[in-house]
Ligand binder design. Structure first.
Ligand code: PGA
Length: 256
């Protein structure tokens, strides 16, 4: 019932030319099957080009990597929700661990952005996840509970339903070290439980929760087979058109 959603987080990579070459290959590999929703999250500079190339492609949507919570004004270097909407952006990744650790984003900041996204009909992909030190200290649940509450505070059940959560253990991002399917499932089930406690069980059952952290073609199938894993946020492996298509194909194969 929850449609799986696989997103490509290109981070600070991909020129317009590289994006064009990616799509040429990727769309061919992807074929016509649309059982899995795909989101491409390019850097801001490639959004317009990607939007143009995806305009007639069903079920491959565009996302942005970040945005500011204000509508407009004197915020040099920032991008607003309405500027993203103009480029046919549907999703926005918020609170990625790189934003949190390198750029000082707190749950309170993420929360303002999540509300701004909803106010502008953008679907936020809200990233949460513990560090290795927090996992080793037995604090996974405490950290996730705090991030869920802080980042999603004040959302209505309707808005929560239109929110995607990405569980990305920080120790698995870009390290080649993936959470085991059991570790990931445990965290996802816990997050869903927090949504049920904070809102209600009905909406919690509808929210899509992606896993992120060193997802690649060889491990995607077993991760996506877990009952509470509804997709993936893929970094490094999403830069390769064939590899990214293989992750989607591995996910599709589970639905057949
Ligand atoms: P990775 O990144 O797939 O390269 O680990 C995931 C992410 O940061 O979203």
């Amino acid at each position: 019932m929850r449609k799986k959603i696989i997103a490509a987080n290109w981070k600070m990579n991909m020129t317009n030319g590289e994006a064009e070459a990616f799509f040429e290959k990727f769309l061919q590999e992807l074929g016509e099957d649309r059982k899995v929703e795909v989101v491409i999250v390019p850097p801001f500079t490639a959004l317009a080009k990607a939007g143009e190339l995806l305009r007639d492609v069903q079920n491959v949507n565009l996302g942005a990597q970040n945005m500011h919570w204000e509508k407009s004004g004197a915020f040099t270097g920032e991008i607003s929700a309405s500027l993203l909407r103009e480029l046919y952006v549907h999703y926005v990744v918020l609170g990625h661990s790189e934003r949190r650790t390198l750029f000082g984003e707190t749950d309170a900041i993420v929360n303002r952005k999540v509300h701004a996204a909803h106010a502008n009909s953008l679907t936020p992909i809200v990233c949460i996840g513990e560090t290795l030190a927090e996992r080793d200290a037995g604090k996974v649940e405490e950290v996730l509970a705090t991030q869920v509450k802080g980042s999603l505070d004040g959302l209505t059940a309707e808005q929560l339903e239109e929110t995607v959560i990405a569980y990305e253990p920080v120790w698995a991002i870009g390290t080649g070290r993936t959470a085991t399917p059991e570790q990931a499932q445990e965290a996802h089930a816990f997050i869903r439980g927090r949504l049920a406690a904070g809102w209600n069980a009905e909406v919690a059952a509808k929210v899509r929760i992606q896993y992120g952290g060193s997802v690649k073609p060889s491990n995607a199938g077993e991760l996506m087979a877990q009952p509470d894993i509804d997709g993936a946020l893929v970094g490094g492996a999403s830069l390769d058109a064939r590899g990214f298509a293989e992750i989607i194909q591995a996910t599709r194969a589970l639905l057949e």
